[in-house]
Design a protein around this ligand. Structure first.
Ligand code: SAH
Length: 441
């Protein structure tokens, strides 16, 4: 196949990240925004060694699951993948993906449970991180990157965000123009906690000294009483990491708070915090329910972030030990325990693997493990040590089905995989969160 070649093909499957798979002669073509069963005229946009990319020129038979996108820029924008797909079909896609990797990578024959979806699958993001830059005409743009590029696509209304944060971005854009800061600001981060009505605004700048930034902030906070924290984060490095290490508080506090499962959590700019507060409650309640804690357990909580799961579990167990690698998050976690009057939890700032190995050497015992690693999953050494603890149950929460399946393939020799429950934390995107309950053999 060659670039710009056109053909008529039918979508027979999806990639893990939601592209349609179309087979044509001996070629495999990945097509954005195509739904299984659909036939379309497709144009080849890129040719790789073993596969091609294409896009729909003309849809010939649309799927019953195709809907009109509610977002004007969903085609070019890389933020969502599924604005063209009915929500029930998004959930089916996620279920089938988890089921496939559990079978093929995990070598398990579990039937994955139906995905727990969201009642209203829009406006859910409590955090938004947007690049700031100019387009080729020199106009200021604040938006998401186009998929696989650094072009900024600005949305008139992003449906993953609340009306409030859509308006706030527009207001900040006007202020950036008014104070001529177009070339000083790299990224804008907004954290909006609707339950506490507390908002944090972070301006990521190239340099420390930014003329007029304080004036912009003064005008911004005077017009919005939900803003409780404004931070300047300085990042002069030429990498893909958005936040730099140095920060200056320009207004208010260095953190804001959210309420989750009846507890208050303080969150700073650097700490990991789930982006969908409503569904996080669904996820944690499910995880704690599956854990079946009785109040007598000694619990180890690995990859604990700001201490959310550990603190919720501490109310139903004897003692919890939480381990997290990011110092700021551990600091928040300690404050969080104090804020909520929880005394039966300790927080350790360390690599999960190292901490687990140390606990094992010290002969510490745990009856129960929560693990909630980042996308790359647990390291082999961390799993080997987890197994040595011989805990009765493990609840593994994962944001990447493939690494979950890889890790379960090791754990299944020592634990029965009792149940696999996906929860949709990220509607309109291909991402899927999954809980696995393991019981010692
Ligand atoms: N359980 C928390 C956080 C889950 S995200 C919650 O639900 O909010 C994964 C967390 O693992 C992040 O906070 C990240 O900083 C942390 N992390 C990443 N690598 C780690 C490692 N090697 N050891 C310990 N923690 C790690």
């Amino acid at each position: 196949m060659i670039k710009n070649q056109t053909f008529v093909g039918q979508c027979c499957d999806y990639t893990y990240d939601g592209l349609g798979v179309v087979k044509h002669d001996a070629f495999i073509v990945f097509v954005k925004d195509m739904i299984v069963g659909e036939t379309a005229e497709i144009i080849i946009t890129a040719v790789k060694k073993d596969y091609c990319y294409g896009k729909i020129l003309k849809l010939i038979t649309p799927s019953q699951f195709r809907i009109e996108s509610e977002c004007e820029v969903s085609r070019p924008c890389g933020g969502c993948q599924f604005q063209h797909m009915d929500y029930s079909h998004q959930l089916q896609f996620k279920h089938d993906h988890v089921q496939n990797v559990i079978r093929n990578i995990g070598k398990l024959d579990n039937e994955v449970l139906p995905v727990i979806g969201m009642e209203n699958p829009r406006g859910y993001r409590n955090k938004i991180m947007l690049p700031v830059g100019r387009d080729n005409k020199g106009n200021l743009k604040i938006g998401f990157y186009r998929a696989n590029s650094h072009d900024i696509i600005e949305s008139p209304f992003c449906t993953l965000q609340s009306e409030y944060s859509n308006d706030l971005i527009k207001k900040i854009k006007q202020l950036i123009i008014e104070f001529h800061l177009e070339d000083d600001i790299r990224h804008l981060m907004i954290r909006e906690m609707s339950r506490t009505e507390m908002t944090m605004v972070v301006f990521v700048t190239y340099k420390r000294k930014v003329k007029n930034l304080q004036l912009l902030v003064d005008k911004l906070v005077a017009s919005d009483n939900k803003i409780k924290s404004v931070i300047q984060n300085i990042n002069g490095e030429d990498t893909n990491v958005v936040l730099g290490k140095e920060e200056i508080v320009l207004y208010g506090s260095s953190f804001i708070e959210d309420i989750l499962c009846g507890l208050r959590f303080s969150i700073s700019s650097h700490s990991f915090y789930q982006v969908n507060t409503y569904q996080t409650e669904v996820l944690y309640n499910k995880a704690v329910e599956l854990a079946g804690l009785t109040g007598n357990e000694t619990v180890l909580d690995l990859y604990s972030g700001v201490g959310t799961i550990g603190m919720i579990a501490s109310q139903k167990s004897k003692q919890v030990t939480s381990v997290e690698i990011v110092e700021d998050a551990v600091k928040n976690a300690k404050e969080n325990a104090k804020l909520n009057g929880i005394n039966n939890i300790e927080f350790i700032c360390d690599d999960a693997k190292v901490a687990a190995q140390n606990f094992y050497k010290e002969n510490r015992k745990f009856d129960f493990l929560f693990v909630d690693p980042p996308r790359k999953g647990c390291s082999k050494e961390a799993i080997d040590t987890m197994i040595k603890f011989n805990a009765g149950k493990i609840v593994y929460i994962s944001c990447n089905p493939s690494t979950l399946a890889r890790d379960l393939a090791i754990l299944k020799d020592y634990y029965f995989v009792e149940l696999i429950q996906p929860v949709d934390m990220f509607p309109q995107t291909y991402h899927c969160e999954t809980i696995a309950l393991l019981v010692r053999k």
